[in-house]
Design a binder for this molecule. Structure first.
Ligand SMILES: Cc1cc2nc3c(=O)[nH]c(=O)nc-3n(C[C@H](O)[C@H](O)[C@H](O)COP(=O)(O)OP(=O)(O)OC[C@H]3O[C@@H](n4cnc5c(N)ncnc54)[C@H](O)[C@@H]3O)c2cc1C
Length: 330
């Protein structure tokens, strides 16, 4: 275990905000985590992964924990379904790459999503028609309230769209490892635009196609700081949608169960003319207006917050809809 005081977080958030925390602790096992005296640490105590869904709005006054468990184990019993266990600190895309290399189906559509395995289970990450909940069998945690290890079956994790029990309980559970069930028999999911014409002979073929599509429209955190999609897509009732559709008949939309309607936030932001708009070093990404990027490399939290507010105000004025951030402000 390593502990650092007054630690720079520049390398721990993909937005590359120049902020620090009072205390940063990296641990190597669930047992080490259980030995920590949480009450004696600078408060509040939070856990982070790669910081790819976070906006630090300033220096963090408390303690940030980070897992370094990166093991990946296959429990191969010669059956079609192969149980796989991954440490919470393993890079998510490393997990996908390795399981694809083993010829196992399940994670390939989730290629190239930044972050770590533990956070992926917290976030219920999703892309190209697959969510992580579809390939999970359980999540192993440390309960900071009871100070005990515990395990949740996938049904107990409360998964919804980017939602989970772990998000709802605001840091109570720290994910230490994640159990997956992957398939040996071909099980491609090709319903998503751009994948329909693929005839993959292996999960690696799908992974390659997904990576190609993602690289065309999303910034690579290694080159350009961002936290991915900044806003959630708004969901509205039929009356609110009708008001928008009357003024903008071309509005793209998806009908959800219960008669609610989802409208892409990217379309609204684009319609307000925000592509390429800047506040200080923060900019609305030209190729995908749902993403705010650290265009100058030296954007501050204040720049991002000003741009966020400008977008929220602009969309509300034009469409009467309030956008909410998907990126967690911390
Ligand atoms: C360019 C880009 C593209 C992206 N594309 C997608 C996409 O296609 N689909 C998608 O779903 N997301 C996407 N994201 C968002 C992001 O990658 C995911 O939300 C990812 O799972 C966050 O992982 P992380 O390790 O960076 O977690 P962090 O951002 O560090 O943390 C996220 C949350 O998880 C909690 N947390 C972290 N680790 C643990 C742990 N071990 N135990 C308990 N809680 C923990 C944190 O407290 C926080 O609440 C994208 C982001 C970027 C920058």
């Amino acid at each position: 275990m390593n502990r650092y005081d007054h630690y720079s977080l520049l390398g721990h958030n993909t937005f590359r905000m120049p902020v620090s925390c009072a205390c940063f602790i990296e641990y190597d096992s669930a047992d080490e985590l259980a030995q920590l005296d949480f009450d004696a640490l600078p408060q509040p105590v939070r856990h982070i992964g790669e910081g790819s869904n976070l906006l630090f709005t300033g220096d963090f006054p408390g303690t940030l924990l980070h897992a370094r468990m990166t093991a990946l184990k296959y429990v191969d019993m010669g059956l079609d379904e192969v149980p796989v266990v991954a440490g919470a600190g393993l890079r998510w895309d490393r997990f996908v790459e390795e399981t694809c290399r083993h010829g196992l189906w399940g994670a390939e559509n989730l290629s190239l999503i930044p972050g770590e395995v533990g956070a992926a289970a917290v976030q219920n990450i999703g892309a190209y028609g697959v969510e992580i909940k579809d390939i999970l069998s359980g999540v192993v945690c440390y309960d900071t309230q009871t100070r005990k290890k515990c395990k949740f079956s996938v049904g107990e994790c409360g998964y919804g769209y980017r939602e989970s029990l772990f998000k709802e309980t605001a840091g109570r559970y720290i994910v230490t490892s994640v159990l997956f069930r992957l398939q040996r028999k071909p099980a491609p999911k090709l319903g998503y635009k751009g994948l329909e014409n693929l005839q993959p002979s292996s999960p690696a073929d799908v992974r390659e196609a997904v990576i190609r599509i993602r690289r065309e429209k999303l910034p690579d955190p290694a080159d350009l700081g961002s936290a991915g999609s900044f806003f959630k897509n708004p969901v509205m009732d039929a009356l609110s949608f009708a008001r928008i559709a009357e003024a903008f008949p071309e509005v793209p939309h998806f009908i959800l169960p219960g008669g609610f309607i989802k409208v892409p936030a990217a379309w609204m932001i684009d319609r307000c003319g925000f592509k390429g708009v800047r506040e200080g070093g923060a900019e609305v990404y030209e190729k995908q207006p749902l993403v705010i990027v650290n265009a100058s490399g030296s954007a501050t939290p204040e720049d991002v917050l000003r741009l966020e507010q400008r977008i929220i105000d602009g969309v509300r004025e034009r469409f009467g809809v309030t956008l909410h951030p998907e990126v967690e402000h911390i």
